[in-house]
Design a protein around this ligand. Structure first.
Ligand code: NAD
Length: 284
């Protein structure tokens, strides 16, 4: 039987409608309009598209977007000065620094300079610590979207075997932590995992966050599993694919996310939600 498709586009649209209503209620009640500043350094075309899409999404939901596009030659000091300015700007409730930054800039120092109260990406060490403790303030957007998608299937995460493939700080580790807090039994696989297919075959929930096209094949997936594909890969012919062999795996999985139209739109919706929550907290 073919899997149910988890439609990230539709889920994100409905979330964005709810956010738009909540934003207009907040503006009416308090006069505060949630503001999101996006900082882009350099001319990476994919990053430019991400930032533009985030800006459009902000405008549609009634948030106040600020875009800061800086040349690739920007110094670390100049970037830090901009971050300090944004930290102090009361109209801004969320700051996102689009990654990757040019190699001469120390990304870690920049992410740590963002006020932990405006860290809508949840990358600041203080927010990472809060997440690990199970008391998060900002949950990173992509992992938050992944959990929302699993919840949309009606599956009770508690007690399930979850396998996360990939251990990055922005996806793999935080998504594993969120699944753990929801009482799943979690295994994190990575490039040095031995016999990865047999580990993945145990999983009721598979999260693929690797960045390798068509890595997860049908023989690795338990029948009926929920498969969430975070990967975004461009094939030589220009086609966009995930980390999962969608056509093959959908014949075994119970639920599966497509690429495009899966996790990607959810990430943007969660960014808006984090900015809204931040504005509400600051307004208190
Ligand atoms: P990353 O490169 O930081 O991490 C990749 C992880 O995959 C590493 O932990 C590595 O150990 C693991 N890995 C690499 N080769 C492996 C192998 N052969 N076997 C097992 N594990 C292996 O990547 P990331 O930032 O976590 O992103 C992962 C993918 O998700 C990328 O395609 C990225 O574009 C995509 N992504 C999508 C969104 C979204 O909104 N949809 C957001 C962030 C990242």
């Amino acid at each position: 039987m073919s899997a149910h498709i988890i439609d990230g586009k539709a889920l994100a649209l409905s979330l964005r409608e709810d956010i738009a209503h909540a934003v207009s209620a907040l503006v009416e009640e308090t006069g505060v309009r949630p503001g999101l500043a996006a900082v882009l350094v350099g001319d990476d075309p994919a990053s430019a598209v991400y930032v533009r899409n985030k800006k459009i999404a902000c405008e549609k939901a009634g948030l106040y977007p600020q875009e800061h596009v800086l040349p690739a030659s920007t110094t670390q000091e100049a970037l830090l000065a901009l971050i300090q300015q944004l930290n102090a700007n009361s109209k801004i409730h969320g700051i996102l620094v689009q990654l990757p930054l040019p190699p001469h800039i120390e990304s870690k120092a920049i992410l740590q300079a963002v006020s932990s109260d405006k860290d809508v990406d949840g990358f600041h060490p203080i927010n990472v610590g809060r997440l690990v403790e199970g008391d998060p303030v900002f949950v990173p957007c992509t992992p938050k979207g992944v959990i929302h998608m699993i919840d949309s299937t009606g599956l009770d995460i508690a007690g399930k075997r979850a396998v996360v493939i990939g251990r990055s700080n922005i996806v793999g580790k935080p998504v594993a932590m969120l699944l753990l807090h929801r009482h799943a039994t979690v295994t994190i696989c990575h490039s040095r995992t031995k016999d990865l297919p047999s580990v993945v075959r145990e999983a009721d929930i598979v999260i693929a966050a690797i960045g390798k096209p068509l890595f997860v094949t049908p023989d690795m997936v338990k029948e009926g599993a929920v498969v969430i594909d975070v990967g975004i890969n461009r094939l030589p012919d220009g086609k966009l694919v995930g980390d999962v062999d969608f056509d093959g795996v959908k014949e075994r999985a119970g639920w599966i996310t497509p690429v495009p139209g899966g996790v990607g739109p959810m990430t943007i919706a969660m960014l808006l939600q984090n900015t809204l929550e931040s504005a509400k907290r600051m307004g208190k």
